[in-house]
Design a protein around this ligand. Sequence first.
Ligand code: BTN
Length: 324
Amino acid sequence: MESTRGKLIELLSQVEEGYVSGQRLSEDLHISRPAVWKHMKELEKDGYEIEAAPRKGYRIVSFPNKVSENTIQWGMNTNWLGQRLIHKSTVTSTQILAHQAAQEGAPHGTIVIADEQTKGRGRLNRSWHSHKGEGIWMSIVLRPTFEPYKSPQITLLAATVLAEVFKGYCDIKPQIKWPNDILTDGKKLAGILTELQAEQDQINYIILGMGINVNHPIETFPEEIRDKASSLKIESGESWELASLIREIIQTFEKRYEEFMEDGFSKVKLRWEAFGYRIGEIVPIQTYQSSWNGRIMGIESDGALRVVDEEGKEQTLYSAEIQW
Ligand code: BTN
């Protein structure tokens, strides 16, 4: 967090119980004590509940149930991911803003997040329905040092992170449809769009977009996708506090990304296969040239899809659409 208010929230969030004295806040933030008090009043206007106790100091009693840079970063425990966060109410697409930010030099780990997208985009030039305030629409700027051919692995890594969070945090049973649709009971909860800006042997940056249906009731989805889409709320019967869920995803992603950079793809492969959709089953597959039935065997050590075709021949697919 860069701003004084950001630092203030960070200092207050470091103490789980108890208070931070006005004196300490004033020293750490290099501002006067009346200025500390003024910032507290601003936080209250933003929906934070602050307790000021004589001779003890301040503490945050509760934070607002809305998404903002502050509420996401409150208590967030990351080293680089989301340290720079751009939150907007309405955008065309967070992908577009993230590309702009990256071209202007935004650092590795910058996140662009919006309450609503008017032109959300999906894979294969499809549009992505992004209803206001009900989902998580975010794009991450990554500047990895590996070669461009490895970038699809980031997509698979992101899919395993979402599956891990949906299972561990929301207690639902996710499956990953290759390469990166997160489903439950055959209905889509989340999608991932990875866009690469690279030269032949060097990545300039990757924009990793994630779209997650969180608090949608079924009526919010356009009619034509109602039989194929779902949300965490529909599946779990609970509404989810968006800022906390976003923080959980950010923290899990940073941890798994670092493991991946250190140990390579092998652990991601295992995790991906543990969540893999219809592994071992025969499914309709659409490739660039044709449609055919194949048995899904898993993924290769580089993330490509392993399928056995109708003649019993093993095929490695780098681009395909599994029908469902
Ligand atoms: C897909 O399943 O086709 C991928 C969907 C990706 C949607 C996300 S929402 C945040 C980011 N901004 C976009 O316009 N698209 C991605």
